[in-house]
Design a protein around this ligand. Structure first.
Ligand SMILES: Nc1ncnc2c1ncn2[C@@H]1O[C@H](COP(=O)(O)OP(=O)(O)OP(=O)(O)O)[C@@H](O)[C@H]1O
Ligand SMILES: [Mg+2]
Length: 453
């Protein structure tokens, strides 16, 4: 972090100090969770849905926080502002300005932001000090918190930009303006909130609209809606794609026993053979996006291939592959779920199973709005079509999935909760089976994956 006095923090965020020494020095990154406060850090008192951060102000200071960024006096040393989230954004903006030459890479898309972010960061570390969040941290709170960890030695900052409503990404770009922007795909995640795929696309296009003319827009040309964003940016466009001959593309794609891709990578006319350490048929696309970014920062092709080979799944529960001693392969992809990532995971699980037996432990895909029932039915049918004939469906909300899979001829078991799935599978899974575990975050299926592994 870049150290600054409380007086400087107050000036950056337009706040006033209460019960606080303007000369006191902030020496550690801010945190919005009082349990994560580091000595010398700032505690950011956010009013959440369940808790009000202001109630934890004293605890945070007792844990070592220098002061609290808050919207009302807390009894502890406080930087008082009208709106805490806006102030946090302003602080992050000031940090980036002080850092000087940090180059921001922004990633958006319906699926794969964190996976691609981790890959990009892994590649860029070869070029210099790189900051990227663990996990997602892609909101108006998480993104500035990550930005605040930058210091003057940071060359690259890799961020994911989530679109929870129109204007959201545009706002995040005012905090950290990307020089390189990546759009992975436009799917149907959060369809309930946006109403249409076109509205989702418009929200994601805000990333490339924010790019400067000397920046680069890295667009997935396999996705027509993303490819069309080339008309919405002043930046130079670099296309990547599996299916088409793009600036950055792949051919001779093959997958090993654990669905790890191997392919010929083409980057602006040069080519190299690549083996990925990550599992999943969809990882080729994520790797192409990362390779396109690497080329922008001048990483050589051989080094790109070498770094891609050593990449592992760093953020939890995204296509984690566990091979048990008895040969059972557990695919813990329980971080979240939407129709596209479900389809990708089902195809990957079926590939790994080959002629063997595949199970899918599936739960609700949340936030799909009026399309929800149909989307669940489609996933049920897609599982069977992919060759997965044994399903464990967790929770009543996923019943349309269960019914459609059963109608398509699958062997379907219904359980009320994750514990029920663990108990059931203990008796049913045989050596050599493949078990995919996936649902929206709230279902909590990661514990099934952990228990099985
Ligand atoms: N290119 C892709 N296409 C489809 N699914 C993908 C792709 N990349 C990753 N996934 C799957 O999507 C799920 C979410 O992955 P990841 O966490 O990387 O996405 P995200 O966009 O960061 O999600 P969130 O919006 O929750 O932050 C995982 O199941 C992952 O395996
Ligand atoms: Mg994410």
């Amino acid at each position: 972090v870049i150290e600054r006095t409380l007086g400087s923090v107050a000036a950056a965020v337009g706040g006033r100090l209460r019960d606080a020494d303007p000369a006191a020095l902030v020496t550690a990154e801010p945190a919005a969770d009082s349990r994560l406060v580091k000595p010398g850090g700032l505690f950011v008192a956010v009013v959440g849905q369940r808790v009000d951060g202001h109630d934890f102000a004293r605890a945070a200071v007792a844990a070592g926080a220098v002061a609290v960024l808050a919207a009302r006096p807390t009894g502890a040393p406080t930087v008082l502002v009208d709106d805490v989230v806006t102030a946090l954004g302003a602080l992050a903006r000031a940090v980036l300005a002080d850092a000087g030459s940090t180059q921001v890479v922004g990633i958006t898309g319906s699926s794969g932001k964190t996976t691609a972010k981790d890959l990009v960061a892994h590649l860029l570390r070869r070029r210099g000090q790189t900051v990227a969040p663990i996990g997602s941290y892609n909101t108006e709170i998480g993104l500035p918190l990550t930005v605040c960890t930058v210091d003057r030695a940071t060359r690259h900052l890799v961020l994911e930009y989530s679109a929870r409503r129109q204007g959201h990404i545009a706002y995040l770009c005012t905090i950290a303006m990307p020089h390189i922007g990546v759009v992975l795909n436009v799917g149907t995640a959060h369809l309930g909130e946006f109403g249409s795929r076109a509205a989702i696309a418009a929200a994601k296009a805000e990333l490339v609209e924010a790019l400067p003319a000397d920046g680069a827009a890295i667009l997935n040309v396999d996705d027509d809606v993303v490819a069309a964003m080339r008309r919405r940016t002043a930046a130079r466009v670099v296309g990547f794609g599996v299916e088409r001959r793009a600036d950055v593309h792949a051919d001779r794609i093959q997958f090993d026993r654990l669905a790890r891709p191997r392919f010929r990578l083409h980057v602006h006319g040069e080519q190299v053979d690549v083996r990925l350490g990550l599992s999943g048929l969809h990882q080729v696309s994520n790797a192409l996006a990362a390779a396109a970014v690497a080329a922008e920062v001048g990483l050589g092709l051989a080094e790109t291939a070498d770094a891609l080979a050593s990449a592992t799944a760093v953020s939890r529960w995204r296509m984690e592959v566990h091979e048990r001693a008895d040969g059972v392969v557990v695919l813990n992809d329980a971080y979240n779920a939407n129709p596209e990532s479900m389809a990708a995971a089902l195809r990957s699980a079926a590939h790994i199973a080959g002629n063997g037996r595949a199970w899918a432990v599936l739960g609700e895909m949340a936030e799909l709005g009026p399309e929800s029932v149909r989307a669940h039915e489609e996933v049920g049918r897609a599982a069977v079509a992919a060759g997965i004939h044994h399903l464990v469906v967790v929770g009543a909300a996923a019943e349309p999935l269960a019914a459609a899979a059963a109608a398509a001829g699958a062997d379907v078991h219904r359980v009320p909760d994750p514990a029920g799935a663990v108990a059931l599978l203990a008796n049913l899974v045989r050596p050599g089976d493949v078990v995919l575990v996936k649902a929206s975050r709230a279902v909590g299926l990661e514990q099934v994956g952990t228990a099985l592994a």
